[in-house]
Write a protein that binds this ligand. Structure first.
Ligand code: NI
Length: 255
């Protein structure tokens, strides 16, 4: 049974067949889905879906792309959403200097605010970081000892930094990029970092793995990602699936 640690089923790419697809996923070997929120309305949609499907869990948070539109008192809306059932993390939050849809200072401010929110509510965080490795690291390092865990989603940094994040107690999220030909750095990370610190994720509808690149992504693609990890680490597919499931449950659904 696969643990999907990061997908966006509230995305409009799923508007036409969302329920058909989710019903199919529940019957086809997907144990748990963690839906990563992108903004206020997506947080709300995720919560709604979590009420409809047993195997579906929601997160609450605003992606760095969307923080520019936030006003300071929107933190109260996030606070209210967190109290809903089956909200298991704050995310995805972080820094994106590649697209830089929001000014860097605004991104940093909301990253910190949402980290604080996670700590107040004893929830783990889902971190997005693109072309912002140093600032992300600096901020997370300040908070690491008081966090309730987290994952660096779609990890794309160096092996050295990966080791530091693992030492700080973070999981690394591995998705479709691991099947791409130019994924050399990530292959090295997956080879060297213990399986006990990895999660698998699709980031659906984005980042579809080979051989389906170009099509819409969904959680039925997880086996391609798990198989790529198994090949790199020279272990069985079953071991990857079972260990990443246990990791996901430890982070998001602790007993
Ligand atoms: Ni995402």
């Amino acid at each position: 049974m696969y643990f999907e640690s990061h997908a966006h089923y509230d995305d409009r790419a799923f508007d036409k067949d969302r329920h058909e697809l989710l019903e199919k996923l529940q019957e086809s070997g997907i144990d748990i889905i963690i839906n990563a929120a992108a903004d206020l309305s997506s947080s709300k949609e995720g919560i709604k879906l979590a009420k409809q499907y047993d195997f579906f869990y929601a997160t609450v948070g605003v992606h760095p792309h969307a923080v520019e539109k936030l006003e300071d008192d929107h933190i109260h809306i996030l606070r209210k959403y967190i109290l809903e059932p089956k909200v298991v993390a704050i995310g995805e939050i972080g820094l994106d200097y590649y697209y830089e849809h929001s000014p860097r200072e605004v991104q940093k401010k909301w990253f910190e605010k949402q980290i604080t929110l996670a700590k107040e509510n004893k929830l783990p965080i889902i971190v997005h970081s693109r072309d912002a490795a140093k600032d992300t690291y600096d901020i997370l390092q300040q908070h690491a000892s008081t966090l309730y865990g987290g994952v660096i989603h779609c990890y794309s940094g160096s092996l050295e930094m990966a080791k530091e994040y693992v030492d700080m107690g973070f999981y690394l999220g591995v998705g479709g990029v691991i099947t791409f030909k130019n994924a050399k750095k990530l292959v090295e990370v997956v080879r060297e970092i213990p399986l006990t610190s990895l999660l698998i994720e699709t980031d659906a509808p984005y980042l579809t793995p080979i051989p389906h690149r170009g099509k819409r992504n969904d959680s039925t693609m997880l086996p391609y990602i798990a198989q790529a990890i198994a090949d790199i680490k020279q272990i069985s597919l079953e071991e990857v699936v079972e260990q990443t499931r246990e990791n996901g449950r430890n982070l998001f659904l602790p007993k």
